[in-house]
Every structure is written in C-alpha cells, then in structure tokens.
Design a protein around this ligand. Structure first.
Ligand code: AMP
Ligand code: MG
Length: 486
C-alpha cells in the first residue's frame, strides 16, 4: 500500500509532445469536499480506504495540490458527432494529470474532469456539475461490477463554486481512471489533418503501450484493429444483454480500449423497450438501445478510415465483416447464461428473440424478470411471471419451450439459481435512484450517494436491508428527462 504522496508517475502520453496535448494547470473550485470515493478504484492505485479521509486526498483529487511528477495536459482529438464530422474537439474541461504505475506495474491515467478551461473548451466553461459527476461516478463503478468493461472513477468532489447550466448548479470534479484516454477521435484528428507521421506515432504509442500482444503478430497494425473491433463488439454485447444505453455514441466518446467511456444521459432499461432513447436531444433515435449495435459498427468504420494509411483496405473490410458474428456470439452467450442455460442448442437465439418480442410492449422490467426467473424452478417461475405479459398465450408457448430446454440441462434448482444469480443482477443503476441520491448530495447530504454506490458495487449479491433499491421504479421514475448538459 502507498501513501498519497508516494504515487509513481510515468507520463508516456505527455512525452509524445505538444502535437498531441497541451500543458494546462488545473483551476481549482472553491471549498472542495469529498462526496464519494470508490474503494475498489483506490486499490488500483494501491491506496488503502482510510486514505480517503485524509484532507490531502480531497486536495489532490480536486486539483488544489499537484504531485511534483504529475504533468497535467489537455489532449487534442476530433470525432463524428451524430454522424457529422467535427474537426476540432479535445479535452475541453478534463485534464490528463499523468499516468500512475501501480505495484503490479499497471498504468492508470488520472483524468480530472471539470478542471477548468483548456485550449479546446470552445464555448464551454471547462466545468462539470455535481449531478453529472455523480452520474458518471456511479455508472463507471457499477458497470465494472456488472462485468461490463468501463473507465473507472476514483472520487467526486463538490464545491461552493456555482456553475451555470439550465439552472445554477454546484461545480464538481470527477477523478476518472483508465489505462488510456485515447479515443477513436484521436486517430481521426491526425488522419483528417493529414498529419500522417503523427498518426503513426500515435498508433505506435497505443499498440506498444496497450496492445503489446499485437506486436507478436506479423501485421501488428491489422491485428490491433481486429482487437479493437473484437473488444468493442463484446462491450456492446454486454450493454445489450444488460440493457445499458450509452446515449452519445459519438466517435470521440469511443475508447480505443473497447471500454465504456464518457457518460452523459445514459440509462439502463427499466421496462424492456428495444426502441428506447435515453438522450432527449437525440430526436432521430440514432443512439437508441437497438441502434447501439449498428452504430458501434459505424464507429469502427470511422476508425478504420483513419487507419487506411497503414492497413490495406481489403484487410480493414474483411475485419469489419467480423463485427456482427463476434457481437452475436458474445450476446447469445450472455443471454443463454441469463436464462440459466449452460449448454448451446441450435434454437437458442430464436428462444431469446421470442422472449424479447414478448417483453416489448408488455412493460416487463428487464432486470427483475431475469432475477425472478432464477429465484424458483423454471415451471414455477414462469407461472408467476406470465400474468405480466400482454399476450399470455404467446408467453405460455414460449414458457413451454423454455421449460423443456431447462429440463434438458438437467440441473437441480439450487445450482441453477446460483448460476443465474451470478449473472442476473438484483440491483441495477436506475435513473431515478441516481436522481434521488443527486438531490440529497446537492443539499449537502452525501449519505444516499455513498449507500447507492456501495449497493451497486455488489449488484449480484443479496444485501439485507437494501431491498428498496431492487424494487420496480415508480411511474415518475421511468420517465425522467435526464439533461444532456453536464
Ligand atoms: P461530451 O459531449 O461531454 O462528450 O463533450 C464533447 C466535447 O465538448 C468535448 O471536447 C468536451 O471536452 C467538450 N465539453 C463538454 N462540456 C464542456 C464544458 N463545460 N466546457 C468545455 N468543454 C466542454
Ligand atoms: Mg466526450
């Protein structure tokens, strides 16, 4: 374990030089205080939980103090936003403070979001508000606990500084961790500005630092693209299987590591609805739940375009064609597990699709359905669940096929339940739960956000006394309009 001042920095990205990022000093907020910290994320930096109580923790992770070996910088990138190319983006309000190497030799970028204006702030104020910082904190740590690859969050700090959005709000900062903050949009920036030497330098940096196994391959760049595509397909498969909607899948919000990145108006499905749109400014539904799969593919094509100076187009095309099969296999594998099926049969995909079609329009709570399905033996479980379906006859047909399928698995209920509960969360981050915790935090009570974070860090476990977090959302809670401004 380390003390706060012992963090060891090795700032590889900063060393790439001024073409890739610009030195910027964090601009602290007034009277910072710790809202919530993640013990699991602290352990990635070899920090013991009590360290969070040290005032120095808050000072360091809110930009009031800086390690002498940190090198805060704003990265440049661009990207496709809602399908249109925006040639100039970049860290407008977040700073890469440096890369910390932990005792295992793993690198973790410290990225302070809300640290003030940078050369890339455009019309923005360089700030983040408490509401959106808490939302990103809760989601990143919860996704990780669900087994969905994600950037991580160390802590949120609040302040007395007022930040203006649709209303005056509290300024806050989020300390984000990720092995890399390189996005698809980084590659697009150097490709479209025709800086191909720098593009190659970026590519080499990313491959050497984060995809070293590709160097063993006769064509490392091609192998790298394939790896990014695979990871992205598997990430989206997990989003779909657990009902996570990202909301702003612009290429500047796509991590090159294939992890969930940059949280805005995201939402988990309450009632299953394939056409659900969580982003209220997404009028065309470009980033609806069901579109996340083709959009991930589209975003990979945008990345592929930026790699054309180094990888043959035929190779890129061939790899792009692997996306859907990889996605489908990963999704089906997870959905089988969610249904408690350990073996694979030919008609499994149809079985899952029939179920989702029945859920559509029946106001079936997507998370609770699977948990309840595992709670009791299959025949009893479907008998209990059937009344919620609009088309009961079609559900009975499905339930018949399902129970036969479960019988063929030949497993006792105790084992089935255990296996299903290990993949079907009891607790999911519902928007209304986040909203309640945010409202308390805005009035200075951090208890609810800390408790919610603790519950969501163990989403598969029964947690005595916490059942209210697992209930169906109230009607108002299903229709919250989450502001896009953050
Ligand atoms: P986002 O929609 O949060 O992914 O951000 C898109 C771009 O806008 C990125 O370049 C951000 O850094 C920038 N940005 C978002 N909010 C602000 C803000 N309040 N101040 C400055 N830049 C911002
Ligand atoms: Mg972004």
């Amino acid at each position: 374990m380390k003390t706060l001042t012992e963090l060891h920095f090795d700032n590889r990205f900063a060393r790439l030089g001024d073409v890739f990022s610009t030195e910027v000093t964090p601009q602290p907020l007034e009277q910072p205080r710790l809202v919530v910290a993640s013990e699991a994320a602290m352990s990635l930096l070899d920090l013991d939980p009590p360290v969070a109580e040290d005032p120095l923790f808050t000072e360091l992770f809110s930009g009031h103090k800086l390690w002498s070996t940190a090198e805060p910088r704003a990265m440049v990138y661009s990207g496709h936003q809602f399908g249109s190319y925006n040639p100039q983006l970049g860290d407008g309000r977040g700073l890469l403070l440096g890369e910390v190497v932990n005792e295992k030799g793993q690198y973790w970028d410290l990225h302070l979001k809300g640290a003030g204006m940078t050369p890339y702030s455009r019309m923005g104020d360089g700030r983040a508000v408490l509401r959106s910082s808490i939302r990103e904190f809760l989601a990143s740590e919860h996704l990780h606990a669900l087994g969905i690859p994600s950037s991580r969050a160390l802590c949120v700090t609040s302040s007395d500084t007022t930040v203006y959005r649709e209303r005056p709000e509290r300024g806050a900062m989020l300390m984000r961790l990720s092995p890399s903050h390189v996005r698809f949009g980084h590659f697009e920036f150097f490709y479209y500005t025709k800086q191909h030497d720098e593009l190659k330098q970026l590519l080499d940096h990313v491959v050497e630092s984060h995809f070293a196994e590709c160097l063993e391959h006769p064509e490392p760049y091609h192998s790298f693209f394939r790896e990014v595509l695979e990871r992205t397909a598997e990430m989206v498969a997990r989003w779909q299987a657990y009902g996570f909607c990202h909301g702003v899948m612009n290429t500047d919000n796509m991590s090159i590591l294939g992890i969930t990145f940059d949280f805005g108006p995201y939402a988990f499905l309450d009632d299953f609805d394939a056409r659900f749109i969580c982003n209220h400014s997404d009028h065309a539904g470009r980033y609806s739940y069901e579109n996340q799969v083709p959009i991930a593919h589209w975003n990979l094509a945008a990345l592929a375009q930026a790699l054309t100076p180094f990888i043959a187009i035929e190779q890129l095309r061939g790899t792009m064609d692997l996306f859907l099969p990889i996605y489908e296999a990963a999704w089906l594998d997870l959905m089988r597990k969610r249904l408690g099926l350990d073996t694979a049969e030919e008609n499994d995909k149809e079985l899952v699709q029939r179920l989702l079609q029945l859920m559509q329009g029946s106001a079936i709570d997507y998370t609770r359905f699977f948990r309840e399905l595992g709670n009791s033996p299959a025949k009893q479980a479907v008998a209990r669940l059937r009344d919620d379906f609009v088309d009961i006859k079609a559900f009975d047909d499905w339930a018949g096929s399902y129970c036969e399928r479960v019988d063929r698995e030949g497993e006792d209920q105790q084992a089935r339940r255990q296996r299903m509960h290990a993949v079907n969360p009891k607790y999911i981050l519902r928007n209304y739960l986040a909203q309640q915790a945010i409202e308390a935090a805005e009035s200075g009570d951090y208890g609810p956000v800390r408790e919610l974070h603790a519950v969501l860090s163990h989403p598969f476990d029964e947690q005595p006394g916490m059942d209210r977090y697992a209930e169906r959302p109230p009607e108002w809670g299903k229709h919250l309009e989450i502001s896009c401004s953050s």
